[in-house]
Design a protein around this ligand. Structure first.
Ligand SMILES: [Zn+2]
Length: 278
């Protein structure tokens, strides 16, 4: 091979090799065409980690205190140093206690929660940490749109007004990337799910649903209107009687595949906005 040919090969290959090694060393802080949603196995609780196509990241809830360490490790393994957004759906321990260790171990840009923080004692110590770290904080409600993540829109579906019932006041959202959408409904009870059907009607249609309230709600007209290709159930051993057999039976009758974290561990759904893989 001539010297000039060798030189050209180096000129062409060097940026490619450099690009590959940089994307490896930065974890997934680079853009891609894919949106990835990780339903982290936190036992009975919720923790959902989202990697956006523009390289940004979001965490919805952090499981209970014990699970929070595992959530933190999960982010660490993926070399996620910073979370652009953390969502606290409601102040029950199986959703928010794990966020303490996440907030200690990772940089967080901003946090959203419902409008209940002055009322719920469970929030107070967490939001003291948040204030101390100077993290931006915003309260959101039905109709708010988060469009800071390129190509992906997040619509807050609930709550409109607070009722004082922490589960029923959970933040619920729809995340849409091109033709694919995810309904993430936290712990809303069946009556509130029915209320969503009345309010949103056909707009509840989605590609993936996170079964509300660890399988203690989310049946009836709600699941028929949502009509997802697949459902994810975040659940583990508990004294709370979840999931309910009657809810599981409805998903089975409708032939909706149900992926359970207590059977499969952490479940990752990947989409290019047209198709999903899991
Ligand atoms: Zn819960």
């Amino acid at each position: 091979m001539k010297q000039t040919e060798k030189l050209w090969i180096l000129i062409v290959l060097f940026p490619i090799v450099l690009g590959i090694s940089c994307s490896v060393c930065l974890g997934r802080a680079v853009s891609s065409d894919y949106l990835l949603i990780h339903f982290i196995n936190v036992g009975y609780g919720d923790s959902i980690f989202v990697e956006f196509p523009d390289g940004a990241s979001m965490l919805i809830d952090g499981g209970n205190r014990e699970a929070g360490v595992r959530v933190s490790d999960y982010l660490e393994e993926r070399k996620i140093k910073k979370l652009d957004l953390v969502v606290v759906t409601h102040p029950h321990p199986d959703h928010m206690e794990g966020l303490f260790s996440v907030a200690q171990e990772h940089k967080i840009d901003s946090i959203i929660a419902n409008e209940d923080i002055s009322e719920s004692k469970n929030y107070i110590p967490f939001f003291e940490v948040v204030k101390g770290k100077g993290i931006e904080f915003k309260q959101v409600k039905r109709g708010d749109i988060i469009n800071r993540f390129k190509k992906v829109e997040i619509e807050i579906l609930h709550p409109d007004k607070l009722t004082g019932n922490w589960n029923n006041d959970s933040l619920a959202m729809k995340l849409t990337y091109k033709k694919v959408s995810f309904l993430i409904i936290a712990d809303l009870g069946q009556k509130i799910c029915d209320g969503l059907v009345e309010y949103y009607k056909e707009r509840l249609k989605c590609t993936v649903v996170k079964v509300p309230y660890h399988g203690k709600s989310g049946g009836g007209e709600f699941i028929r209107k949502a009509s997802p290709e697949v459902a994810v159930l975040s659940v583990g051993p508990s004294i709370w009687g979840a999931p309910l057999e009657e809810i599981l039976a409805q998903y089975k009758d409708l032939k909706i595949p149900l992926l359970r974290t207590d059977e499969k561990g952490t479940i990752v759904i990947k989409t290019d906005g047209e198709k999903i893989w899991f």
